[in-house]
Write a protein that binds this ligand. Structure first.
Ligand code: FAD
Ligand code: SF4
Length: 468
């Protein structure tokens, strides 16, 4: 029986973590799964608000109180059906969404009693149902004649394929990598998202009739024109892959590493995949400084720890309160031995004989807010210092990387090189070429898994409207 005061009598509980000593040496997910008892207790804390803020804050508008209630009743297969009505990859979102800024941040209980642990219940429902053989019910789907090519098997492309398949449209997904998932597989390290998660999801999606043509780069192995000729529409979900340069003297020295190639090569090494660029770098025994304060920087520091670096420092030019990285991941990194130096702005990479030996920094104080509303770091004169380093990882974020062939097909980009594909339209996410739709990071700029899924799904609805 439900307890109306559960939210007072039972605290918010996060899942147990693997012991730190184990975490520091292995690329394994650090969070242990919830038990059904923990699920019951957390789900029972939900107040079932008349107008649930959590649902509105979730970019997918998940039916959160409803599936919390089903989970609490032990109706896991029904809960999984409902979870999948709005989300293509709930097991992924449950693991990697910054819930403190999204659903859980908006939970009515958050300020005073601690939010319901929504993300972990979403993960529990989906993992448990998939382990018990859950599959979407496709028995009422009426096949249509149209076929759609999707470029990119990241969350945007998969979100699009899911909705198309559920509406009877054949979706064929192309990706240059050997596995599906995009950054879920190659960017986000296994200690946040185990690689088996996307392998399981691939089986589910193939069971829905979605076809994957992997190891195929459009524009190189297959011409874009061939897709336009063969398919009734094309969806672009190609992500953002141009790393932002630091603009520092010494940036091209040996020992300066770009974050994303470093993470991708490390994952390929763990997966046993051949890397044509041979960019795998081990930082074992090295003094490592990571520049940046976002989630990519957090993934780099924690990867370097697991590779056996002698010391790992994260240097960030603003203070901790103004850091974009998830609080949860900063805490995890600290537990694993990462040192954080806030208010440190790099000014040059110091080299000897073309090799990194350190990074010159100046301390900063937080000044006035800039146009974006964030307080600007101001250098403090006379505070110059040197941080010793054998390797410096630059994790300053990514810009869109539009393909050279977009212009040939009338696909326009904005001043930030993002593909123009407006959401507010009868055919959402249609580009300036009517037959081509786009979504995810390449349209909104680097963002989140959950927003990429949402845009891929909305774009599929745009494609269906375009056909009708
Ligand atoms: P992607 O995931 O980048 O997928 C694009 C796919 O397109 C890739 O597989 C690529 O190979 C393929 N592709 C591109 N061009 C071609 C071509 N010409 N032919 C064939 N295939 C092509 N978000 C979170 O919510 N939580 C996190 O914890 C988090 N951590 C992150 C950590 C890192 C290191 C990074 C880099 C990002 C992280 N993100 C996180 C952001 C999140 O991963 C992205 O916002 C999301 O993956 C974007 O999805 P997408 O489908 O638009 O692009
Ligand atoms: Fe929360 Fe993300 Fe799940 Fe939405 S998708 S309910 S934001 S964890």
């Amino acid at each position: 029986m439900s307890n109306n005061f559960q939210f007072i009598e039972v605290d918010r509980v996060d899942p147990d973590k693997q012991p730190v000593e184990l975490r520091k040496t292995q690329f394994i997910e650090i969070y242990q799964p919830f038990t059904q008892q923990q699920v019951n207790q957390q789900a029972d804390r939900c107040l079932d608000c008349g107008n649930p803020y959590c649902e509105w804050r979730c970019p997918l508008h998940n039916y959160i109180p409803n599936w919390l209630s089903l989970a609490k009743q032990g109706r896991i297969m029904d809960a999984a059906d409902l979870v999948h009505e709005t989300n293509t990859l709930p097991e992924v979102c449950g693991r990697v969404c910054p819930q403190d800024r999204l659903c859980e941040g908006s939970c009515t209980l958050n300020a005073e009693y601690g939010a319901v642990t929504i993300g972990n219940v979403e993960k529990y429902i989906t993992d448990t149902a998939l382990a018990q053989g859950w599959k979407p019910d496709m028995s009422k789907v009426v096949p249509r004649k149209e076929r759609v090519a999707i470029i990119g098997a990241g969350p945007a492309g998969l979100g699009c394929a899911d909705i198309l398949a559920r509406n009877g449209v054949k979706a064929v997904v192309y990706d240059r990598y050997q596995q599906i998932g995009g950054l879920l597989t190659y960017g986000i390290p296994a200690f946040k998202l185990d690689k088996s998660v996307m392998a399981t999801r691939r089986q589910v999606m193939e069971g829905m009739g979605i076809e994957f043509r992997l190891g195929t780069e459009i524009g190189k192995d297959v011409a874009f024109s061939a897709l336009l000729d063969e398919y009734d529409a094309v969806f672009l979900g190609m992500g953002t892959y141009t790393a932002m340069k630091a603009g520092l003297p010494g940036e091209d020295a040996q020992g300066v590493i770009q974050a994303l190639p470093y993470l991708i090569a490390n994952t390929k090494e763990l997966l046993g995949e051949k890397d044509a660029q041979q960019s795998y770098v081990s930082l074992k025994g090295q003094k490592v400084v990571v520049l940046g304060g976002g989630d990519t920087a957090m993934d780099c520091v924690r990867t370097a720890v697991r590779q056996g670096a002698e010391s790992v420092i994260c240097a960030y030019r603003r203070d901790e309160a103004n850091m974009p990285g998830s609080r949860r991941e900063v805490k995890n990194a600290r537990e694993e031995g990462v040192e954080f130096l806030f208010n440190r702005q790099p000014t040059a990479i110091k080299t000897v004989a073309g090799k990194v030996v350190g990074i010159e920094c100046v301390e900063t104080r937080m000044g006035e807010a800039d146009a974006s509303g964030r307080r600007r770091p101001e250098p403090i004169p006379g505070s110059e210092q040197l941080l010793e380093a054998d390797a410096v990882i630059i994790a300053f974020g990514f810009q869109p990387s539009p393909a050279s062939w977009f212009a040939d097909y009338g696909i326009e980009v904005d001043d930030w090189q993002r593909v123009k594909a407006p959401k507010e339209s009868d055919t959402p996410f249609q580009t300036s070429n009517p037959k081509v739709f786009a979504g995810g990071d390449m349209v909104r700029g680097s963002d989140l898994v959950v927003t990429a899924i949402a845009e891929g799904r909305d774009a599929a609805r745009g494609i269906l409207n375009f056909f009708d």
